[in-house]
Every structure is written in structure tokens, then in C-alpha cells.
Ligand binder design. Structure first.
Ligand SMILES: NC(=O)c1ccc[n+]([C@@H]2O[C@H](COP(=O)([O-])OP(=O)(O)OC[C@H]3O[C@@H](n4cnc5c(N)ncnc54)[C@H](O)[C@@H]3O)[C@@H](O)[C@H]2O)c1
Length: 349
């Protein structure tokens, strides 16, 4: 979008978002990789997320993620995402979201996209990307074939889709959830999704000990896994839900994040580790550091990737969706959305 005329304003539904992203796991993972590189090189603005919380609904929150990205994408915007955990028992997803895209030249918002799918997609693509980079040197070219999902909601399902969509195959798929119903539902999805022997573990320790790639996607607000010995087989841990691991586990591991300033906030496990030790020495760096060869990942320790989730990723994936929908001629433009456009009005004498 260029020029100084008012851009048309479009609304993009979840169905359109899903159509634009379906089967594109490799392209989206590459896009997320490029975006991490841009962010690592400083061609982005990504201020801290703002957490809106409510005294009368303590488990709920709505997060604002403003961001701006350069490179080829060149767009500004905001993701506004709610998390209401009680929704799940009521039969609707926990998270709901919109993404606003703003035109680089005029600042005008030009699209509002359903964004729970975009958010889950960029999260899963980032997890698949990290799984790829963090296992490259440690497994002599062969990827781990035993994966464990700790927490089995929407994000776990998207991460499984992105792992398999980017070439991972698993002999063993472990599953653990506080809710037997959720574990069974995820198992049902896995059975249809492809091969791999599926085991539901009631015991968290068994799940971790049986997995070389562990995915945390719970909604735990504070650490509930604290026994360092569970990790003595040195798994790669995708700590997507950020608050599951006691600081002791992190201190015994190689730690990578997506963005240091973002991740050491909001009582994440890395934040707790910083508070416990009074330093950031336990951090090896960012995923962008690994991709650029500035950090190498040793084989003899667990590796924990804790991604805070960056607004620039939502922008990059959202702009991809916008371009796809525009290319297909299916943009749902809201005529006259911007209306008061004459500086001194249109009244005649
Ligand atoms: N880092 C990021 O970029 C990012 C992005 C999106 C979502 N997330 C996080 O991913 C997590 C999962 O999101 P979702 O949409 O799949 O949620 P969800 O509510 O759909 O599923 C969460 C599952 O975790 C289970 N669970 C909760 N506590 C548990 C525990 N202590 N042990 C085992 N299982 C437990 C629940 O029963 C549920 O099945 C959330 O914490 C969310 O904030 C992170």
C-alpha cells in the first residue's frame, strides 16, 4: 500500500485467514525466520506488550501488542488478544483476537483481521523453527523422534501441525494434560493427523522422561515442574507457555528466548530465574543469535526455548494473509469507513 490517498479499509474473517494459511507451514515458518532476523538486526519496533487485567476476573487478561516492521513487509499495527481461560469449559476457545494493520505512509488502519488463527500460527511456526535450529547440531543430523505435549489445547494442536508440516516425523508421541478429557480430545486429533505411537501419560515425569522434544502449552500461572532430574536426558524444551518451569530447571539448561527484554517480564520462568540469581547470565541468547551463528547450542545439557511472542510476528503473518486475500480478489472492503476527509467540511453557503 503506497501513496497519500486514503486506503480502503477491509475486514478479513477467520475463514479467510484459515484459507490463506492452510497447508503453508513451510512458507510461514520461513517468514517467521526472516522476521526474527529483521528484528535481530534492529529493523523493527516492538515495545513491551501491555497487559490489561481485571480485579473482578483475575484469571482473564487482554494483551495489546503494538509493533512496526521494516524489510519487505513494511507495516505497522496492533494485535489485541484476550485470554479468558474459563471459556474452554463453556465450549469456546480461551483466546480471541483481532489484528489491525496500519499503512506505512499514512498511518491509516487498512485492515482488521481475525487473529486467533494468526496468533496460533505464528506461535506454532516459531516453535517449529526453534525445534529445527536447536536440534541441528545436537542430534547429528537426525531429528528427535519422541515428542511430548505437556498441555493439549489449541496451541499444542497448531504446534503439532507445524512440526509435521515442516517435515518432522515421530515414532512416539506423548501427551499429558491435567484434564483427561482434553488429553483424550488431543489424542483423537493425533490419531487422525498421522503416524506415531500415542501414549497418554497421567504422570508428568513419565511424559518428560519419554520425550526428546518437549512442548509446554499449558495455562499454568506459576511453575509446577521443578525436578531437574526429569531432564537428565537433555531434551529440547519448547517452553511456549512460559511459566511452567521452576528457575532451577532453567539454571541447569541452555536458555534461549525470542527477545530478552520482553521475556524477562510478567513472572515468566526466565523472569523468576533472573530474580532468583540477580543476573541474566543464565541466558545464552536469542533464537536470532543461534540462527546467525553467534551462539552455539551444546549437546550435554537440556535446551529451553522460552518465546514471549512478538508483535512483529503477528504483523508479518497478518500482512501475508492480507496480501493473499487481496490477490484472490476476496477483500471485504467497508465502503466509506473513513468518512470525515475534507479538512473544512463540505457545507455550502
Ligand atoms: N509464547 C507465545 O508466543 C504464546 C502464544 C500463544 C499462546 N501461548 C500460550 O500457550 C498456552 C496454551 O494456549 P492454548 O490456547 O492452547 O490454551 P488452552 O486453554 O486451549 O489449552 C491449555 C491446556 O493446558 C492444560 N493445562 C493447564 N494447566 C496444566 C498443567 N499444570 N499441567 C498440564 N496441563 C495443564 C489445560 O487443561 C488445557 O487443556 C497459554 O499459556 C498461552 O498463553 C503462548
Amino acid at each position: 500500500m503506497t501513496g497519500t490517498s486514503t486506503p480502503p479499509f477491509s475486514v478479513i474473517s477467520g475463514a479467510q485467514v484459515q484459507d490463506a494459511l492452510r497447508g503453508r507451514e513451510r512458507q510461514i515458518t520461513e517468514l517467521v525466520e526472516e522476521t526474527y532476523r529483521l528484528h535481530g538486526a534492529g529493523d523493527s519496533v516492538n515495545p513491551p506488550s501491555y497487559f490489561l487485567r481485571f480485579p473482578d476476573r483475575p484469571s482473564a487478561r487482554i494483551i495489546a501488542l503494538p509493533a512496526s516492521i521494516g524489510g519487505k513487509v513494511r507495516v505497522d499495527g496492533l494485535k489485541w488478544i484476550s485470554s479468558f481461560p474459563e471459556n474452554v469449559a463453556a465450549g469456546i476457545p480461551r483466546a480471541s483476537a483481532v489484528l489491525i494493520l496500519n499503512d506505512h505512509d499514512t498511518g491509516y488502519p487498512f485492515a482488521c483481521l481475525e487473529s486467533s488463527i494468526i496468533s496460533a500460527t505464528r506461535t506454532a511456526a516459531s516453535a517449529a523453527l526453534a525445534a529445527d535450529w536447536l536440534t541441528r547440531d545436537r542430534h547429528q543430523g537426525s531429528r528427535p523422534a519422541r515428542v511430548g505435549f505437556f498441555g493439549t489445547g489449541l496451541i499444542a494442536r497448531y504446534i503439532h501441525t507445524f512440526l509435521t508440516g515442516t517435515g518432522w516425523t515421530f515414532d512416539e508421541i506423548g501427551v499429558h494434560d491435567l484434564s483427561a478429557e482434553h488429553a483424550a480430545g488431543f489424542r483423537g486429533y493425533l490419531e487422525k493427523a498421522g503416524p506415531g505411537r500415542i501414549t497418554v501419560y497421567e504422570d508428568a515425569e513419565q511424559l518428560i522422561r519419554s520425550s526428546d522434544l518437549v512442548v509446554f502449552a499449558t495455562i499454568a500461572g506459576e511453575p509446577h515442574v521443578s525436578d531437574v532430574s526429569w531432564f537428565e536426558h537433555n531434551p529440547v524444551v519448547l517452553h511456549v507457555s512460559l511459566r511452567d518451569l521452576a528457575p532451577e530447571i532453567l539454571l541447569a539448561s541452555t536458555n534461549l528466548v525470542d527477545d530478552v527484554e520482553h521475556c524477562l517480564k510478567a513472572s515468566t520462568s526466565p523472569h523468576l530465574a533472573e530474580q532468583l540469581t540477580g543476573s541474566r547470565d543464565f541466558l545464552a541468547g536469542t533464537l536470532a543469535d543461534v540462527m546467525a551463528g553467534r551462539v552455539t547450542v551444546p549437546a550435554g545439557r537440556p535446551v529451553v526455548f522460552s518465546p514471549f511472542g512478538l508483535g512483529v510476528l503477528d504483523l508479518a503473518v497478518g500482512k501475508y494473509v492480507y496480501d493473499e486475500v487481496a490477490r484472490s480478489g476476496e477483500l471485504n472492503v467497508i465502503d466509506d469507513f473513513f468518512h470525515e476527509l475534507k479538512r473544512y467540511g463540505t457545507l455550502t453557503a
